[in-house]
Design a protein around this ligand. Structure first.
Ligand code: FAD
Length: 667
């Protein structure tokens, strides 16, 4: 069943998507009314896809486990969304966005997909502005931009530190219009439990009403999975607590290949871990690196004094500070990509320069920006530029207008005022570039089953650039899937509605009910979180920021043993006829316990370092990641065979026709 035909159209990069769109099979408006599509997930990818599919005329059934699409993980996105509009006149272009993204992804993404992403990026901004998304504007009323890591232009559109929330409100309004018209039926608090295949095609799902516990059957002509990323396999991450892999894993078990599971993004600017009882980590947006400078003390004595509270960071002289990103990467400085910045922090902290009690924190300092902005404001207003108190106040006002809500969040969590003392930050798991393998049309290796947004293996290769996830999710949802799906559905206009009283639905529903009963009747001695935490620790210690063969082999064995113990000893309280978070979580952790092992297997197999995947055995003498293009210029697509250790590797070779593959350098 499974094939790796990525269906990349012929032609030059710049006309592939245009030509492809023109040759795609279409479904007439009248026939679209006969077609049902299930969309699992209403984050930015799912909400935008649902609204657009319904607008085109299809009947959509949309599912989310939250009580409203407005609460999808997407609202967490703070920093912004990229688009090649060149509003700043700083030399941006479709090609430059395409180039930056392929390079940023360490030459492990599909050239043609990334070019398409860059092409449609500008349309996304127009679409969202038309919906009323309140993007930041400059003094003259034009849309404003800022910079994110790995690029030398300003192309990031933003709405203060709430870009994801505002974009989702736009998509949600568009969805609501279609809900009002009866074109979308919304199933809040419903969790997809399994995919149903009939004659090898995706024909529906089994879902569970999380409030009543009722298990339901839903038929459709196609199923779109937009269920987000799986960073929570690490237990501690910046992701929303509910983010999980289950929908992606269920379709993997039914035949969809899972691609590059080990490609994880570890974000450099998060609030450091404070203790064992934490269940969540908080991101400090990358946008802060526009103005914040990252440093640690140059001398270990100062580090010691700071840790003991005898010295404050603000007392340390300039010459005693090591602005290590500016030192190592003069061209990009504090705006190097996330993987590079994260490894550099780890390197300093491993060498003993970490500035908090655990030794795992570096400073992000706004003093220079406050002074620079303050002087500028004083100059503009004709005030005294030498008045330090005035300059500081004016500078803080500018910083507050740009990042106010992020500073407030930091102060609430850490109880320190970041306007007065530098923030402390450390890398944390943030995003997963891996995910369900899809072809150019975003179809998985199961006919009729699609994956979009962070749930698919995406266009980001081995490392995603900042502000590119929202771009990809909305490109998939607004501008790609709604058109490519017609190519498949054009053959389905005479099928009629999909019956759910078939043996295939019987079998899928029974498997779901059996699993629920297994969990509730197990009466073991450990909570679900006990296992999730243990899994997270194995993942962070052995599959985290740097990996080696020995650790990865141990991780595979440890996760397998943990999984076996989970099924013997997990305890799920309550019943299946009430709102039971522990029961829902048990199913999600069960899937993480399989994914974790495949993740380690994938990381073990890829002996090169690339992007977010750093193999200790593959580094330059300066400690930089060393790719192995000769042996690893491919997407790893894993076929399910039962035990994760038995998964079979398929390789999708990556061909770069229009981009020269080089060693990535930000120096
Ligand atoms: C703190 C933070 C800040 C970020 N900032 C930025 C940024 O500034 N710019 C940027 O580009 N990216 C950013 N990102 C990344 C970006 O937010 C995500 O990649 C993106 O929002 C994912 O969108 P999505 O629609 O694919 O998935 P999600 O928003 O995760 O939505 C998943 C949906 O799937 C549903 N779902 C999942 N499983 C099931 C199931 N089994 N049954 C039913 N429904 C299910 C959920 O209910 C939800 O509706 C940030 C991420 C984090 C964590």
């Amino acid at each position: 069943m499974a094939s790796l035909d990525s269906k990349i159209p012929k032609g030059t990069l710049s006309d592939k998507w245009t030509n492809h769109k023109s040759h795609i099979n279409l479904v007439s408006p009248a026939n679209k009314r006969l077609i049902d599509i299930i969309v699992v997930g209403t984050g930015l990818a799912g909400a935008s896809a649902s609204a657009t599919l319904a607008e085109l005329g299809y009947n959509v059934k949309a599912f989310c486990f939250q009580d409203s699409p407005r609460r999808a993980h997407s609202i967490a996105a703070q920093g912004g969304i990229n688009a090649a509009k060149n509003y700043q006149g700083d030399g941006d272009s479709t090609y430059r966005l395409f180039y930056d993204t392929v390079k940023g992804g360490d030459y492990r993404s599909r050239e043609s997909n990334v070019h398409r992403l860059a092409e449609v990026s500008a349309n996304i901004i127009d679409q969202c502005v038309a919906q009323g998304v309140p993007f930041a504007r400059d003094y003259g009323g034009l849309l404003d931009n800022r910079s994110f890591g790995g690029v030398l232009v300003s192309r990031t559109f933003y709405a203060k530190g709430q870009t994801g929330q505002q974009l989702l409100l736009g998509a949600y309004s568009a969805m609501n219009r279609q809900i009002g018209r009866g074109k979308i039926k919304m199933y809040n608090r419903h969790e997809m439990m399994d995919l149903v295949l009939v004659d090898g095609k995706a024909r529906g799902i089994i879902a569970r009403n999380l409030v009543t516990g009722q298990v339901e059957r839903h038929g459709a002509h196609a199923v779109v999975v937009a269920s987000g990323g799986y960073g929570n396999v690490f237990f501690l991450s910046t992701n929303a607590m509910g983010s999980n892999v289950s929908a992606g894993w269920k379709i993997h078990q039914k035949g969809a290949h899972f691609a590059n599971p080990c490609f994880t993004q570890i974000h450099p600017t998060c609030i450091p871990v404070s203790g064992d009882h934490q269940s969540k980590l908080t991101l400090m947006s990358e946008s802060l690196r526009n103005d914040g400078r990252i440093w640690v003390p140059k001398n270990l004595d100062d580090v010691q004094a700071i840790r003991e509270g005898k010295l404050s960071p603000t007392q340390l002289k300039e010459e005693d500070r090591d602005y290590y990103l500016e030192r190592r990467y003069p061209a990009f400085g504090n705006l190097v990509p996330r993987d590079v910045a994260s490894r550099a922090s780890k390197e300093r902290c491993d060498a003993g320069y970490g500035v908090n009690a655990t030794g795992e924190a570096v400073y992000l300092d706004f003093t220079a920006a406050i002074s620079r902005y303050g002087k500028e404001q004083a100059h503009v207003k004709g005030l005294n530029e030498d008045d330090a108190v005035l300059v500081k106040k004016l500078g803080q006002d500018v910083v507050r207008s740009k990042y106010g809500n992020l500073f407030q969040m930091y102060e609430k969590i850490v109880d320190q005022n970041p306007y007065e003392t530098p923030m402390m930050i450390y890398p944390a798991v943030h995003y997963t570039m891996g995910g369900v393998w899809v072809d150019y049309n975003l179809m998985t290796s199961i006919p009729g089953c699609y994956a979009i947004g962070e749930a698919n293996f995406s266009d980001h290769g081995a490392n995603r650039l900042g502000a590119s996830a929202l771009m990809q999710g909305l490109a998939d949802g607004y501008f790609v899937l709604p058109y490519t799906i017609g190519d498949y559905l054009a053959d389905d206009i005479r099928t009629g509605s999909i019956a759910t009283d078939s043996p295939e639905f019987d079998a899928a529903e029974k498997a779901v009910l059996d699993k629920i009963s297994l969990f509730l009747n197990n009466k073991g001695k450990h909570s679900v979180d006990y296992y999730h935490k243990k899994l997270g620790k194995i993942m962070w210690d052995k599959c985290g920021m740097s990996r080696n063969a020995e650790g990865l082999k141990e991780a595979m064995a440890d996760i397998k043993a943990l999984r076996e113990d989970f099924y013997k000893n997990v305890n799920v309280p309550g019943t299946d006829t009430e709102f039971n978070e522990q029961l829902a979580k048990a199913g999600r952790v069960a899937d993480f316990l399989e994914l974790g092992e495949l993740f380690a297997k994938d990381a073990l197999e890829r002996t090169e370092s690339c992007g977010g995947h750093f193999r200790e055995e593959s580094q330059t003498p300066e400690g930089e990641a060393m790719r192995d293009d000769e042996n690893f210029t491919f997407v790893s697509a894993w076929e399910y065979k039962g035990e994760p250790a038995d998964a079979v590797l398929h390789k999708e070779e990556l061909n770069y026709e229009e981009i020269e593959v080089k060693t990535r350098s930000y120096k």
